[in-house]
Design a protein around this ligand. Structure first.
Ligand code: EPU
Length: 433
């Protein structure tokens, strides 16, 4: 089997999906919010642009530290131009509505992983007393007279991560108490709640399905360090396992990855928790076909489904992978098939037959996690794999090629944010570029 085993130490960046809502939370106060461990990825640059566009000041005294001051907000909207490139721009809505009593957002269009509506966010705002209407393709939300939302008990019909975050932020400045039932339990929700509480909010129960928020008059500045990215961690675990390498993964939080770690162990990956922030993946793993179903946290994360599928192309036997969170998140399948994978899709499930010998090809990245799965496939494929549109991967992985190269992968960025080439053949020298 082709593939150069990855060996060495790799360090995990801050969680993009925690940094994005924490940056939006800075809109809730005129005082300075300092965030450390912000990953240097494209979505963060987009979020920063949104904050600056609406009038906030963002300083970066260090690459991964952002000081955000939203004392002079002039515009109360997340413009279409930004929402269409990054759906998480809708996270500005809750804070704008809570502090200024009004917010406008263009409806996010269809996106590569299926139609992703924001109906649950909007109905939540309505339950907090906001009037929500459509105006020339934009959604306009207004708080009741007096400009303050009012607390309410909200039962989410479906678990939504950014929906929970948006409502949690909106409720911090509402009059009275808000209860969010069937709330998302992702570690990023708890991280945001921790920041909000440091800012003076009264949020309890984050990380469970019932969150209670007691509204306060005003919020103040705070300093906070973003949690490590559990999906980047998972991606590197798979990179080590698929190349039969030996990687020490540092600055991570294994406790946030329990379902993933359990599943990978079941599949034969030798994973050791060296301490609270270090994992070691080592040994000659004999990967066994192991079925998986994606679920909201604490279940197996949908954001690891594509990478896990690549791993299963190397497993012995047939694996069933069911995607229950998003309606259309199998775009990586056609590209993996072009590299030789034997995958069959049936509705929301895919069956993967392994092991197969993957061969290098020119492939197209369609979304963030799909691109990660193609990089992983390239690490074991024979010959050269050329991935086009790597800007997708730059949305959420900090310089993935540099991190992988440092542990022995033969990977190179050919053009800035356009394509990357990696060749992974067992023979030949480690031509580290
Ligand atoms: N949904 C609705 N109505 C809504 C909101 C969501 O029907 O108003 C549906 C969605 O269409 C989807 C399901 O509910 O089928 C769950 O979506 P959710 O709202 O939880 O997703 P999200 O908040 O838009 C976040 C992450 C995603 C991650 C999902 C699921 C951020 C910025 N994004 O998205 O991350 O896949 O939760 O865990 O936190 C990624 O990083 O690659 C990524 C896509």
């Amino acid at each position: 089997m082709g593939g150069r085993p990855l060996k060495g130490r790799i360090s995990i960046s801050g969680a993009k999906n925690s940094a994005l809502p924490c940056m939006a939370a800075a809109i809730l106060t005129p005082e300075k919010v300092t965030l450390h461990n912000i990953p240097y990825v494209r979505d963060i640059i987009t979020q920063r642009r949104l904050l600056e566009d609406i009038g906030a000041t963002v300083l970066t005294p260090e690459l991964r530290t952002h000081q955000i001051t939203a004392s002079h907000i002039e515009i109360f909207e997340a413009p279409y131009e930004l929402v269409k490139t990054m759906r998480a721009s809708v996270l500005a809505l809750g804070p704008l509505l809570a502090r200024f009593g009004k917010a406008k957002v263009s409806l996010p269009g269809g996106c590569a992983i299926g139609t992703r509506p924001i109906d649950l966010h909007l109905s939540g705002f309505e339950q907090l007393g906001a009037e929500v209407g459509l105006e020339a393709g934009d959604v306009l939300a207004r708080a009741p007279h007096g400009g303050r939302l009012r607390g309410a008990e909200i039962n989410f019909a479906k678990v939504t991560v950014t929906g929970t975050e948006n409502l949690m932020m909106a409720a911090t400045l509402a009059r009275g108490k808000t209860i969010l039932n069937n709330a998302a339990c992702e570690p990023e929700i708890s991280d945001l709640a921790e920041l909000l509480n440091k800012m003076g909010a009264r949020v309890r129960g984050a990380g469970t399905a019932r969150i209670e928020i007691e509204g306060v008059e005003a919020l103040g500045g705070a300093e906070h360090t973003i949690i490590p990215d559990r999906i980047e961690t998972g991606t590197f675990i798979v990179a080590a396992a698929i190349t039969r390498g030996d990687l020490e993964i540092r600055d991570c939080r294994p406790e946030h990855l329990a379902a993933l770690v359990a599943k990978l162990r079941e599949a034969g990956v030798a994973l050791e928790e060296l301490n609270q922030s270090t994992l070691r993946v080592s040994g000659d793993h004999h990967i066994k076909a192991t079925d998986v179903i994606t679920e909201p946290h604490p279940g197996f994360p949908t954001d690891m489904q594509a990478q896990y599928m690549t791993l299963m192309t190397q497993a012995n036997g047939r694996t069933a992978i069911a995607e229950t969170v998003f309606e259309n998140r199998f775009m990586h399948v056609s590209e993996l098939q072009r590299m030789g994978a034997r995958i069959h899709i049936d509705g929301h499930s895919a069956s993967v037959d392994g092991p197969v010998r993957l061969t290098g090809a020119r492939v197209l990245a369609s979304d963030l996690r799909a691109s990660a799965s193609l990089v992983l496939a390239g690490l074991v494929a024979e010959g050269e794999t050329s991935i086009q549109r790597v800007y997708h991967i730059d949305r959420g992985y900090e310089r993935i090629e540099a991190k992988l190269r440092a542990v022995g992968a033969d990977i190179e960025r050919i053009r800035e944010s356009v394509s990357a080439t990696l060749s992974a053949s067992l023979e030949g020298d480690a031509a580290i570029a």
